[in-house]
Design a protein around this ligand. Structure first.
Ligand code: ZN
Length: 308
């Protein structure tokens, strides 16, 4: 939710309070007046004590239970999906994690749990689609795990199985032609904060080192794409300035400055209502330049953090 890495967080500030004081998407959403509802792992309620208009926290203490922890979330679903008085709904299901701890990733309990989650996902998706037909503004459905699990069902170490987790974004706002099959790609968990912030029209959390996932804005007009990329690049280069004295010599910063200059040229042409191929080609070039800048900035900021 912060888009930052542990170590970047001002640990001292967080010592006396379990609440998350670092800038993050949830706090930004609350500041923007978004009405958020939360059901699930009570850690969220401790991290965000003032943020939810309604919540029901579930303790993760009883690892042997993988039924009630999830039923306690699902029991709210039918009712909340019918209500139109919220903007963000967060559900944190614990059952799958608990099964992992009890009997590992090959447990026969896993398949059953996954199909239970499948049905829940379908219920949410169907409900969002029918709601969209009424008020014509697209919803975003995000499915993710906070971690994977090892062969023994544990997590917290750095094996591939533990640090890899699925991330699925579903929205009718995304451009998708029939037969357009997207193969999964690896992205950084830190990219999610910037992506959600841009998607919800919120400021990107200031310590976020991620770069927004481009496919999420691909369907927007070029002018908007460039504006979103610019917002992210400004935020990352500000973070770079605050943390690297010689930031001007950083390749990412130079790429960003170049992208900004080209972007200025593109806007000038655009305002002249130039609709030629020149405008199109320049737009493509600016976009590529921003994406390169974001990649380099994000990488060097992540490395910077790792050195602490
Ligand atoms: Zn666990």
């Amino acid at each position: 939710m912060t888009g930052s890495l542990p170590g970047f967080i001002d640990v001292v500030r967080n010592l006396n309070s379990p609440a998350l004081l670092e800038d993050n998407v949830i706090t930004q959403a609350k500041a923007a007046g978004k009405r958020m509802i939360f059901y699930g792992d009570e850690t969220w309620v401790k991290l965000f004590p003032q943020h939810f208009v309604e919540y029901d926290g579930t303790t993760s203490f009883f690892v042997s239970d993988y039924t009630e922890v999830d039923d306690n979330v699902t029991r709210h679903l039918d009712k909340v999906l019918k209500r139109g008085d919220w903007d963000v709904l967060i559900l944190h299901y614990l059952g799958l994690d608990h099964i992992g701890h009890i009997s590992g990733p090959s447990s026969p309990l896993i398949g059953h749990k996954l199909s239970e989650m499948d049905n829940i996902l379908m219920k949410i998706h169907t409900s969002l689609l029918s709601e969209e037909r009424e008020n014509l503004s697209p919803n975003l459905l995000v499915l993710c795990g906070d971690h994977g699990m090892s062969e023994t069902g544990s997590h917290g170490a750095s094996s591939m199985e533990e640090v890899n987790t699925p991330l699925i974004l579903i929205s009718s706002a995304f451009e998708r032609k029939p037969g357009d099959i997207r193969h999964p790609k690896h992205v950084q968990q830190t990219d999610l904060a910037a992506t959600l912030a841009i998607g919800l029209g919120l400021p990107i959390p200031e310590n976020s080192v991620g770069s927004l996932l481009f496919p999420s804005i691909e369907g927007r007009p070029v002018r908007e794409q460039l504006r979103f990329l610019h917002l992210n690049a400004v935020q990352l280069s500000k973070l770079l300035q605050e943390n690297v004295p010689s930031y001007k010599k950083e390749p990412g910063f130079e790429q960003f400055k170049m992208a900004e200059r080209l972007h200025g040229n593109w806007i000038r042409l655009y305002l002249e209502e130039n609709t030629s191929e020149v405008l199109f080609n320049l737009g493509t070039k600016v976009r590529r330049q921003y994406l390169d800048a974001l990649r380099t900035l994000s990488l060097s900021l992540s490395r910077q953090v790792a050195q602490f």
